[in-house]
Design a binder for this molecule. Structure first.
Ligand SMILES: Nc1ncnc2c1ncn2[C@@H]1O[C@H](COP(=O)(O)OP(=O)(O)OP(=O)(O)O)[C@@H](O)[C@H]1O
Ligand SMILES: [Mg+2]
Length: 393
Protein backbone atom coordinates (compact mmCIF):
# COMPACT_ATOMS: atom_id res chain seq x y z
CA UNK A 1 0.00 0.00 0.00
CA UNK A 2 1.42 3.40 -0.89
CA UNK A 3 1.50 6.14 1.68
CA UNK A 4 -1.10 8.10 -0.29
CA UNK A 5 -3.63 5.27 -0.27
CA UNK A 6 -2.93 4.64 3.42
CA UNK A 7 -3.58 8.29 4.26
CA UNK A 8 -6.74 8.22 2.16
CA UNK A 9 -7.95 5.18 4.07
CA UNK A 10 -7.13 6.85 7.40
CA UNK A 11 -8.97 10.02 6.36
CA UNK A 12 -12.01 7.98 5.36
CA UNK A 13 -12.13 5.99 8.59
CA UNK A 14 -11.52 9.01 10.79
CA UNK A 15 -14.26 10.95 9.00
CA UNK A 16 -16.66 8.06 9.56
CA UNK A 17 -15.75 7.82 13.26
CA UNK A 18 -15.91 11.55 13.94
CA UNK A 19 -18.49 14.25 13.13
CA UNK A 20 -16.32 15.72 10.38
CA UNK A 21 -17.83 16.95 7.08
CA UNK A 22 -14.62 16.53 5.16
CA UNK A 23 -10.91 16.28 5.83
CA UNK A 24 -7.62 16.75 4.05
CA UNK A 25 -3.91 16.49 4.66
CA UNK A 26 -1.89 19.60 3.78
CA UNK A 27 1.84 20.07 3.88
CA UNK A 28 4.16 23.02 4.12
CA UNK A 29 7.16 23.70 1.91
CA UNK A 30 9.06 26.76 0.71
CA UNK A 31 6.32 27.39 -1.82
CA UNK A 32 3.69 27.56 0.92
CA UNK A 33 0.91 25.18 1.78
CA UNK A 34 -0.23 22.48 -0.59
CA UNK A 35 -3.01 19.98 -0.56
CA UNK A 36 -2.07 16.28 -0.37
CA UNK A 37 -4.82 13.68 0.20
CA UNK A 38 -8.44 14.39 1.04
CA UNK A 39 -11.79 12.80 1.77
CA UNK A 40 -15.24 14.14 0.73
CA UNK A 41 -13.61 17.23 -0.72
CA UNK A 42 -15.84 18.44 -3.58
CA UNK A 43 -14.34 20.59 -6.33
CA UNK A 44 -15.90 23.68 -4.78
CA UNK A 45 -14.61 22.87 -1.31
CA UNK A 46 -11.20 22.11 -2.76
CA UNK A 47 -11.09 25.54 -4.43
CA UNK A 48 -12.09 27.18 -1.10
CA UNK A 49 -9.45 25.20 0.75
CA UNK A 50 -6.76 26.21 -1.72
CA UNK A 51 -7.75 29.88 -1.27
CA UNK A 52 -7.68 29.35 2.48
CA UNK A 53 -4.15 27.90 2.28
CA UNK A 54 -2.95 30.75 0.08
CA UNK A 55 -4.08 33.38 2.61
CA UNK A 56 -1.18 34.80 4.67
CA UNK A 57 -3.06 35.01 7.98
CA UNK A 58 -4.29 31.43 7.66
CA UNK A 59 -0.81 30.27 6.69
CA UNK A 60 0.57 31.79 9.89
CA UNK A 61 -2.18 30.12 11.92
CA UNK A 62 -1.43 26.72 10.37
CA UNK A 63 2.31 27.28 10.84
CA UNK A 64 1.75 28.03 14.53
CA UNK A 65 0.01 24.69 14.98
CA UNK A 66 2.89 22.90 13.22
CA UNK A 67 5.64 24.47 15.28
CA UNK A 68 3.65 24.10 18.52
CA UNK A 69 2.65 20.53 17.66
CA UNK A 70 -0.85 21.20 19.02
CA UNK A 71 -4.27 20.98 17.44
CA UNK A 72 -6.27 24.15 17.01
CA UNK A 73 -9.71 25.18 15.89
CA UNK A 74 -11.50 28.27 14.70
CA UNK A 75 -14.72 29.43 13.12
CA UNK A 76 -14.30 29.66 9.41
CA UNK A 77 -16.33 30.61 6.31
CA UNK A 78 -14.51 28.04 4.20
CA UNK A 79 -17.66 26.05 3.68
CA UNK A 80 -21.24 27.31 4.36
CA UNK A 81 -22.29 23.87 5.67
CA UNK A 82 -19.28 23.38 7.91
CA UNK A 83 -18.41 26.51 9.76
CA UNK A 84 -15.70 25.21 11.99
CA UNK A 85 -12.22 24.08 11.04
CA UNK A 86 -9.84 21.96 13.16
CA UNK A 87 -6.20 21.29 12.48
CA UNK A 88 -4.23 18.33 13.80
CA UNK A 89 -0.46 18.44 13.24
CA UNK A 90 1.68 15.44 12.37
CA UNK A 91 2.44 13.30 15.39
CA UNK A 92 5.96 12.67 14.09
CA UNK A 93 6.67 16.42 13.90
CA UNK A 94 6.67 16.47 10.10
CA UNK A 95 5.56 19.43 8.00
CA UNK A 96 1.94 18.41 7.53
CA UNK A 97 -1.45 18.80 9.17
CA UNK A 98 -4.89 17.32 8.96
CA UNK A 99 -7.47 19.99 8.17
CA UNK A 100 -10.85 18.78 9.38
CA UNK A 101 -14.03 20.67 8.72
CA UNK A 102 -17.12 20.24 10.93
CA UNK A 103 -20.59 21.77 11.15
CA UNK A 104 -20.17 22.56 14.85
CA UNK A 105 -17.53 21.75 17.43
CA UNK A 106 -15.97 18.33 17.17
CA UNK A 107 -16.74 16.29 20.24
CA UNK A 108 -13.86 15.37 22.53
CA UNK A 109 -14.06 11.78 21.25
CA UNK A 110 -13.92 12.94 17.64
CA UNK A 111 -10.87 15.09 18.36
CA UNK A 112 -9.26 12.05 19.93
CA UNK A 113 -9.97 10.07 16.76
CA UNK A 114 -8.10 12.65 14.70
CA UNK A 115 -5.12 12.73 17.05
CA UNK A 116 -4.94 8.96 16.73
CA UNK A 117 -5.27 9.27 12.98
CA UNK A 118 -2.26 11.60 12.96
CA UNK A 119 -0.32 8.94 14.84
CA UNK A 120 -1.27 6.32 12.27
CA UNK A 121 0.57 8.08 9.46
CA UNK A 122 4.14 6.79 9.13
CA UNK A 123 6.85 9.40 8.77
CA UNK A 124 8.88 9.84 5.58
CA UNK A 125 7.89 9.40 1.96
CA UNK A 126 7.62 6.06 0.26
CA UNK A 127 9.06 5.45 -3.20
CA UNK A 128 5.70 5.92 -4.91
CA UNK A 129 5.32 9.31 -3.27
CA UNK A 130 8.78 10.33 -4.29
CA UNK A 131 8.12 9.34 -7.88
CA UNK A 132 4.90 11.26 -7.76
CA UNK A 133 6.65 14.33 -6.38
CA UNK A 134 9.39 14.03 -8.97
CA UNK A 135 6.84 13.81 -11.75
CA UNK A 136 5.08 16.84 -10.36
CA UNK A 137 8.35 18.75 -10.21
CA UNK A 138 9.11 17.82 -13.82
CA UNK A 139 5.65 18.95 -14.96
CA UNK A 140 6.06 22.21 -13.09
CA UNK A 141 9.45 22.77 -14.67
CA UNK A 142 8.04 22.08 -18.11
CA UNK A 143 5.29 24.58 -17.50
CA UNK A 144 7.79 27.19 -16.35
CA UNK A 145 9.92 26.49 -19.40
CA UNK A 146 6.94 26.96 -21.69
CA UNK A 147 6.04 30.21 -20.03
CA UNK A 148 9.62 31.40 -20.32
CA UNK A 149 9.64 30.58 -24.02
CA UNK A 150 6.42 32.52 -24.54
CA UNK A 151 7.85 35.48 -22.63
CA UNK A 152 11.06 35.47 -24.64
CA UNK A 153 9.06 35.40 -27.88
CA UNK A 154 6.92 38.31 -26.68
CA UNK A 155 10.04 40.22 -25.66
CA UNK A 156 11.64 39.64 -29.07
CA UNK A 157 8.51 40.89 -30.80
CA UNK A 158 8.42 43.99 -28.60
CA UNK A 159 12.11 44.63 -29.35
CA UNK A 160 11.64 44.32 -33.08
CA UNK A 161 8.70 46.73 -32.91
CA UNK A 162 10.85 49.18 -30.98
CA UNK A 163 13.65 48.96 -33.53
CA UNK A 164 11.10 49.50 -36.29
CA UNK A 165 9.67 52.52 -34.46
CA UNK A 166 13.15 53.99 -33.97
CA UNK A 167 13.99 53.54 -37.67
CA UNK A 168 10.72 55.19 -38.63
CA UNK A 169 11.32 58.10 -36.30
CA UNK A 170 14.82 58.75 -37.67
CA UNK A 171 13.81 58.48 -41.31
CA UNK A 172 10.65 60.47 -40.60
CA UNK A 173 12.64 63.41 -39.32
CA UNK A 174 14.92 63.36 -42.30
CA UNK A 175 12.03 62.93 -44.71
CA UNK A 176 10.17 65.87 -43.22
CA UNK A 177 13.18 68.13 -43.82
CA UNK A 178 13.67 67.01 -47.40
CA UNK A 179 9.99 67.17 -48.20
CA UNK A 180 9.72 70.74 -46.99
CA UNK A 181 12.69 71.76 -49.07
CA UNK A 182 11.26 70.12 -52.19
CA UNK A 183 7.65 71.11 -51.84
CA UNK A 184 7.99 74.79 -52.72
CA UNK A 185 10.22 74.49 -55.82
CA UNK A 186 8.05 71.65 -57.10
CA UNK A 187 4.92 73.77 -56.73
CA UNK A 188 6.63 76.46 -58.80
CA UNK A 189 7.72 73.96 -61.46
CA UNK A 190 4.19 72.57 -61.76
CA UNK A 191 2.57 76.02 -61.79
CA UNK A 192 4.89 77.56 -64.35
CA UNK A 193 4.82 74.50 -66.58
CA UNK A 194 1.03 74.62 -66.59
CA UNK A 195 1.13 78.31 -67.50
CA UNK A 196 3.67 77.65 -70.27
CA UNK A 197 1.58 74.85 -71.74
CA UNK A 198 -1.50 77.06 -71.76
CA UNK A 199 0.34 79.78 -73.64
CA UNK A 200 1.58 77.39 -76.33
CA UNK A 201 -0.33 76.73 -79.50
CA UNK A 202 -1.81 73.27 -79.93
CA UNK A 203 0.72 72.31 -82.63
CA UNK A 204 3.78 73.56 -80.79
CA UNK A 205 6.53 70.90 -80.78
CA UNK A 206 7.41 71.97 -77.21
CA UNK A 207 4.02 70.92 -75.93
CA UNK A 208 4.84 67.24 -75.68
CA UNK A 209 8.06 67.90 -73.78
CA UNK A 210 6.41 70.27 -71.34
CA UNK A 211 3.61 67.82 -70.69
CA UNK A 212 6.24 65.28 -69.82
CA UNK A 213 7.84 67.79 -67.43
CA UNK A 214 4.45 68.41 -65.84
CA UNK A 215 3.72 64.71 -65.43
CA UNK A 216 7.09 63.99 -63.86
CA UNK A 217 6.88 67.04 -61.60
CA UNK A 218 3.47 65.88 -60.43
CA UNK A 219 4.88 62.45 -59.76
CA UNK A 220 7.66 63.99 -57.72
CA UNK A 221 5.08 66.03 -55.84
CA UNK A 222 3.13 62.92 -54.96
CA UNK A 223 6.31 61.34 -53.60
CA UNK A 224 6.87 64.46 -51.51
CA UNK A 225 3.30 64.30 -50.25
CA UNK A 226 3.84 60.71 -49.18
CA UNK A 227 7.04 61.72 -47.43
CA UNK A 228 5.13 64.39 -45.56
CA UNK A 229 2.47 61.86 -44.64
CA UNK A 230 5.18 59.55 -43.53
CA UNK A 231 6.68 62.19 -41.31
CA UNK A 232 3.14 62.74 -40.01
CA UNK A 233 3.22 66.42 -40.60
CA UNK A 234 -0.46 66.66 -41.34
CA UNK A 235 -3.05 67.49 -38.78
CA UNK A 236 -4.64 64.35 -37.39
CA UNK A 237 -8.40 64.43 -36.93
CA UNK A 238 -9.81 61.47 -35.06
CA UNK A 239 -13.51 60.73 -34.89
CA UNK A 240 -15.51 57.59 -34.27
CA UNK A 241 -16.03 55.87 -37.58
CA UNK A 242 -17.18 52.73 -39.27
CA UNK A 243 -14.33 50.77 -40.87
CA UNK A 244 -16.83 49.12 -43.27
CA UNK A 245 -17.81 52.53 -44.61
CA UNK A 246 -14.17 53.36 -45.33
CA UNK A 247 -13.74 50.02 -47.10
CA UNK A 248 -16.74 50.84 -49.30
CA UNK A 249 -15.33 54.26 -50.17
CA UNK A 250 -11.92 52.86 -51.08
CA UNK A 251 -13.47 50.08 -53.14
CA UNK A 252 -15.39 52.65 -55.17
CA UNK A 253 -12.11 54.49 -55.78
CA UNK A 254 -10.30 51.38 -56.99
CA UNK A 255 -13.14 49.61 -58.79
CA UNK A 256 -11.95 50.56 -62.28
CA UNK A 257 -8.43 49.37 -61.47
CA UNK A 258 -9.79 46.03 -60.28
CA UNK A 259 -11.88 45.62 -63.41
CA UNK A 260 -9.05 46.42 -65.80
CA UNK A 261 -6.55 44.20 -64.01
CA UNK A 262 -8.72 41.09 -64.03
CA UNK A 263 -8.87 40.87 -60.27
CA UNK A 264 -11.95 39.42 -58.65
CA UNK A 265 -12.94 41.18 -55.44
CA UNK A 266 -14.55 39.33 -52.56
CA UNK A 267 -15.92 41.32 -49.67
CA UNK A 268 -16.77 39.85 -46.30
CA UNK A 269 -17.64 42.81 -44.14
CA UNK A 270 -19.12 42.05 -40.73
CA UNK A 271 -22.32 44.07 -40.46
CA UNK A 272 -22.84 46.26 -37.40
CA UNK A 273 -19.16 46.52 -36.47
CA UNK A 274 -18.56 48.79 -33.48
CA UNK A 275 -17.09 52.16 -34.42
CA UNK A 276 -13.46 52.90 -33.78
CA UNK A 277 -11.66 56.13 -33.04
CA UNK A 278 -9.82 56.87 -36.28
CA UNK A 279 -8.57 59.50 -38.65
CA UNK A 280 -10.68 58.59 -41.67
CA UNK A 281 -8.22 59.94 -44.24
CA UNK A 282 -5.34 58.06 -42.72
CA UNK A 283 -7.27 54.81 -42.60
CA UNK A 284 -8.31 55.31 -46.21
CA UNK A 285 -4.65 55.69 -47.01
CA UNK A 286 -3.82 52.49 -45.14
CA UNK A 287 -6.41 50.59 -47.11
CA UNK A 288 -5.39 52.16 -50.41
CA UNK A 289 -1.77 51.19 -49.80
CA UNK A 290 -2.73 47.61 -49.02
CA UNK A 291 -5.09 47.36 -51.99
CA UNK A 292 -2.51 48.87 -54.35
CA UNK A 293 0.15 46.47 -53.12
CA UNK A 294 -2.23 43.56 -53.60
CA UNK A 295 -3.00 44.69 -57.15
CA UNK A 296 0.70 45.05 -57.98
CA UNK A 297 1.23 41.52 -56.70
CA UNK A 298 -1.30 40.16 -59.24
CA UNK A 299 -0.17 41.49 -62.64
CA UNK A 300 -2.06 38.70 -64.38
CA UNK A 301 -5.23 38.95 -62.35
CA UNK A 302 -6.35 36.90 -59.38
CA UNK A 303 -8.45 37.22 -56.29
CA UNK A 304 -8.49 39.93 -53.67
CA UNK A 305 -10.52 39.69 -50.48
CA UNK A 306 -11.31 42.44 -48.02
CA UNK A 307 -12.71 41.30 -44.71
CA UNK A 308 -13.67 42.91 -41.44
CA UNK A 309 -14.61 41.32 -38.13
CA UNK A 310 -14.39 41.74 -34.39
CA UNK A 311 -11.70 39.93 -32.43
CA UNK A 312 -10.24 39.73 -28.96
CA UNK A 313 -6.49 40.01 -28.59
CA UNK A 314 -4.93 39.43 -25.20
CA UNK A 315 -8.33 39.99 -23.62
CA UNK A 316 -8.97 43.36 -25.28
CA UNK A 317 -11.53 43.97 -28.06
CA UNK A 318 -10.32 44.90 -31.54
CA UNK A 319 -11.84 45.51 -34.96
CA UNK A 320 -9.89 43.58 -37.57
CA UNK A 321 -9.42 44.40 -41.24
CA UNK A 322 -7.78 42.02 -43.71
CA UNK A 323 -6.65 42.52 -47.28
CA UNK A 324 -5.76 39.20 -48.89
CA UNK A 325 -4.47 38.53 -52.38
CA UNK A 326 -3.65 35.47 -54.44
CA UNK A 327 -0.56 37.16 -55.86
CA UNK A 328 3.15 36.48 -56.02
CA UNK A 329 3.68 36.44 -52.24
CA UNK A 330 6.72 37.70 -50.33
CA UNK A 331 9.92 35.76 -49.75
CA UNK A 332 10.92 35.21 -46.09
CA UNK A 333 13.98 37.51 -46.50
CA UNK A 334 11.84 40.32 -47.90
CA UNK A 335 9.12 39.74 -45.33
CA UNK A 336 11.47 40.99 -42.64
CA UNK A 337 12.02 44.23 -44.48
CA UNK A 338 8.72 45.26 -46.05
CA UNK A 339 7.90 47.81 -43.33
CA UNK A 340 11.28 49.47 -43.67
CA UNK A 341 11.12 52.93 -45.21
CA UNK A 342 12.26 52.88 -48.86
CA UNK A 343 12.31 49.11 -49.11
CA UNK A 344 10.78 48.22 -52.45
CA UNK A 345 11.02 45.51 -55.08
CA UNK A 346 9.01 47.68 -57.45
CA UNK A 347 11.48 50.47 -58.02
CA UNK A 348 11.20 49.97 -61.77
CA UNK A 349 7.42 50.46 -61.60
CA UNK A 350 7.66 53.69 -59.64
CA UNK A 351 7.42 52.16 -56.16
CA UNK A 352 8.91 54.37 -53.45
CA UNK A 353 8.93 51.75 -50.71
CA UNK A 354 7.06 54.11 -48.42
CA UNK A 355 3.56 52.62 -48.68
CA UNK A 356 3.95 50.06 -45.93
CA UNK A 357 6.07 52.25 -43.64
CA UNK A 358 3.39 54.94 -43.80
CA UNK A 359 0.80 52.25 -43.16
CA UNK A 360 2.75 50.90 -40.20
CA UNK A 361 3.13 54.39 -38.73
CA UNK A 362 -0.58 55.16 -39.06
CA UNK A 363 -1.71 51.85 -37.60
CA UNK A 364 0.58 52.04 -34.58
CA UNK A 365 -0.38 55.68 -33.97
CA UNK A 366 -3.93 54.43 -33.72
CA UNK A 367 -2.80 51.98 -31.05
CA UNK A 368 -3.29 49.20 -33.58
CA UNK A 369 -1.24 46.29 -34.84
CA UNK A 370 -0.41 45.16 -38.38
CA UNK A 371 0.53 41.58 -39.23
CA UNK A 372 1.45 39.80 -42.46
CA UNK A 373 1.13 36.23 -43.58
CA UNK A 374 2.56 35.37 -46.95
CA UNK A 375 3.60 32.46 -49.07
CA UNK A 376 5.58 32.79 -52.27
CA UNK A 377 3.40 32.13 -55.34
CA UNK A 378 0.22 31.68 -53.38
CA UNK A 379 -0.47 35.10 -51.91
CA UNK A 380 -0.34 37.43 -48.95
CA UNK A 381 -2.66 38.58 -46.19
CA UNK A 382 -2.26 41.88 -44.39
CA UNK A 383 -4.17 41.98 -41.11
CA UNK A 384 -4.78 45.23 -39.31
CA UNK A 385 -6.25 45.39 -35.79
CA UNK A 386 -7.72 48.59 -34.36
CA UNK A 387 -8.35 48.75 -30.61
CA UNK A 388 -11.90 49.38 -29.49
CA UNK A 389 -10.89 50.75 -26.14
CA UNK A 390 -9.74 54.32 -25.86
CA UNK A 391 -6.02 54.64 -26.37
CA UNK A 392 -3.88 57.39 -25.00
CA UNK A 393 -2.73 59.40 -27.96
N1 LIG B 1 0.53 42.20 -51.25
C1 LIG B 1 1.82 42.08 -51.53
N2 LIG B 1 2.28 41.02 -52.24
C2 LIG B 1 3.59 40.88 -52.51
N3 LIG B 1 4.55 41.74 -52.11
C3 LIG B 1 4.16 42.80 -51.38
C4 LIG B 1 2.80 43.03 -51.06
N4 LIG B 1 2.74 44.16 -50.32
C5 LIG B 1 4.00 44.60 -50.20
N5 LIG B 1 4.86 43.81 -50.85
C6 LIG B 1 6.33 43.95 -50.90
O1 LIG B 1 6.71 44.95 -49.96
C7 LIG B 1 7.44 45.99 -50.61
C8 LIG B 1 7.20 47.29 -49.90
O2 LIG B 1 5.85 47.69 -50.05
P1 LIG B 1 5.50 49.23 -49.95
O3 LIG B 1 4.04 49.38 -50.12
O4 LIG B 1 6.13 49.78 -48.72
O5 LIG B 1 6.27 49.86 -51.15
P2 LIG B 1 5.98 49.71 -52.71
O6 LIG B 1 4.62 49.17 -52.94
O7 LIG B 1 7.13 49.00 -53.31
O8 LIG B 1 6.04 51.22 -53.14
P3 LIG B 1 4.92 52.36 -52.90
O9 LIG B 1 3.90 51.78 -51.99
O10 LIG B 1 5.66 53.45 -52.28
O11 LIG B 1 4.41 52.66 -54.24
C9 LIG B 1 6.97 45.92 -52.04
O12 LIG B 1 7.92 46.47 -52.92
C10 LIG B 1 6.80 44.42 -52.25
O13 LIG B 1 8.03 43.80 -52.48
MG1 LIG C 1 2.97 50.01 -51.89
Amino acid sequence: MTKTSLVEAVLKEACALSDACWAARVSYSLNGWSLLESHRLTKKREACLRDFLADKANSAWLGGALSGGRSRSRACDLDPDCRKVFIFPSYAGENWLFVVSAAENLSKASQQVWRLAAMAIPSGDDAADQTHQLKQAVTEMEEIQQELRARIAAQREAESRLVQAAKLAAVGEMAAGIAHELNNPLTSVVGFTELSIESLSIESPLRHDLELVLREANRARSVVRRLLDFARQREVVRTRGDINEIVDEVVVLTKHLLLTSGVELRMKLKPGLPWVLIDRNQIKQVLLNLVNNALYAMPNGGMMAIETWEQERHGAPFVALAVRDSGEGISPQNLERIFEPFFTTRGDQGGTGLGLSVTYGIVTEHGGVIEVESQVNSGSSFLVYFPLQEQEV
